[in-house]
Design a protein around this ligand. Structure first.
Ligand code: HEM
Length: 130
């Protein structure tokens, strides 16, 4: 073993492993194309500035995956607080993300990391009684 070896190899970021900025942009394009074409969820976005939202989502996915762009938008709870989003709505958006990642040939490891990372925000986005 050479002296420069570390015990744990420095892992390449999720951002780099999927192909960087162009692939993140393609994920965001594919995701909102699907969401906005889906009458079950597009009503949530009827008053939303979509170019702005896409820009925020690009920043968010950079931040989430180790890309160079920082997220300057609202915290997830605040951004979604007025929309009364339910679990079933979150499930539909997650399904659109899943289909988008698959359509872009994102590999299983990276697919799982994106799906798990976004699933972790469910409790900040869904409104629950209590
Ligand atoms: C993990 C899943 C999700 C992520 C990572 C996410 C991310 C984001 C981001 C980054 C913004 C922009 C915040 C800003 O402008 O500062 C946003 C806004 C928004 N999101 Fe989500 N979102 C998710 C799920 C959902 C779901 C399930 C819905 C509804 C079905 C939804 C509806 C909205 C709407 C309507 C806005 C815009 C609010 C406005 O016009 O001000 N989001 N989201």
């Amino acid at each position: 073993m050479s002296e420069t070896n570390t015990i744990v190899d420095q892992e390449e970021s999720l951002f780099d492993r999927v192909g960087g900025g162009p692939v993140v942009n393609a994920i965001v394009d594919g995701l909102y194309k699907r969401i906005l074409a889906d009458d079950r969820v597009n009503v949530f976005f009827k008053n939303t500035d979509i170019p702005h939202l896409k820009g925020m989502m690009i920043q968010f996915l950079h931040a989430l995956s180790g890309g160079p762009v920082g997220y300057k938008g609202k915290p997830m709870r605040e951004a979604h607080a007025k929309s009364n989003i339910q679990d079933k709505d979150f499930d539909i958006v997650a399904e659109h993300l899943s289909n988008t990642l698959q359509s872009l040939d994102i590999q299983k490891q990276e697919y799982d990391e994106f799906m798990m990372a976004t699933a972790g925000f469910r409790n900040q986005i869904v409104i629950r009684e209590s």
